[in-house]
Write a new protein. Sequence first.
Length: 90
Amino acid sequence: VQMRVLVLTTGTWPVTPNRLLLRAPDVLQKGMDRYEKFYHARHKGRRLTWDLSLARVEIRASFGRSYDLHASIPQLAVLLAFNDAASHTR
């Protein structure tokens, strides 16, 4: 899993967070936890707030052949609910 995080300050990106009533899928939460440790080690006293409504993911899926899908976090959660393996190989 690769993860790219954009950190925006509320002064330059004044967005009211649209809180999703959906927790991050485990595969993302692990990366988010690692990033939070990294961020807080570098920036003492700063608050980090995740806005998953702005998040997008790219997924490689196999349905007979391979597809690259772009999805939101709720769409990812639905796809993962039907996933029966972490990866597929031929």
